[in-house]
Design a protein around this ligand. Structure first.
Ligand code: TYD
Length: 147
């Protein structure tokens, strides 16, 4: 059994999925929305973004104990691999209206950034270094001991 908190599945790649965000298009242009407890099930406590990214860069490359995130390519494209210690899934983010949900106890790598890509991250918690696994071996040990 993997850990569960309420209806939140901890340490499983299955809940990691692409969400179509509500979009408002009119002749003036387009607008996409993310609302707490509607488009994402968590309370939004932090927003940050990745930009000026060399195409060969790797971002992420860490896991979180408790953090939930929504990751959006607001400009350009990139790929995300999610890994729960047993299974990996790869997602292509290529639209400002597609968001990837990443739950707790998931290792993620962000790769293959197109030129000028901007990645927006919407997070459930404030920045807290103690929530991170920075070493894959530490993550793997903790993820596999969820059983
Ligand atoms: P890092 O975790 O390496 O970025 P990512 O894993 O998303 O590629 O963070 C880079 C630096 O920014 C690191 O020194 C920590 C700092 N940082 C904050 O101060 N606040 C934040 O919310 C985040 C995400 C990072």
């Amino acid at each position: 059994m993997h850990g569960e908190h309420g209806d939140l599945l901890v340490g499983r790649v299955e809940p990691c999925r692409l969400i179509d965000l509500p979009e408002h298009k009119d002749p003036r242009g387009s607008l996409a929305v993310v609302e707490s407890n509607r488009d994402v099930k968590f309370d939004i406590n932090r927003v940050y973004y990745l930009y000026d990214l060399p195409s060969s860069t790797v971002r992420g490359a860490h896991g979180h104990r408790s953090l939930e995130q929504l990751i959006i390519a607001v400009h350009g494209r990139f790929e995300i691999t999610v890994d729960d210690g047993y299974r990996r899934m790869r997602f292509q983010l290529d639209s400002p209206t597609k968001a990837l949900y990443v739950g707790p106890m998931i290792w993620r790598d962000l790769i293959n950034f197109s030129p000028g890509a901007v990645g927006l991250v919407i997070a459930s918690m404030h920045y807290d270094e103690s929530d991170y696994f920075r070493e894959y071996s530490d993550f793997l040990e903790a993820a596999r001991s969820l059983e």
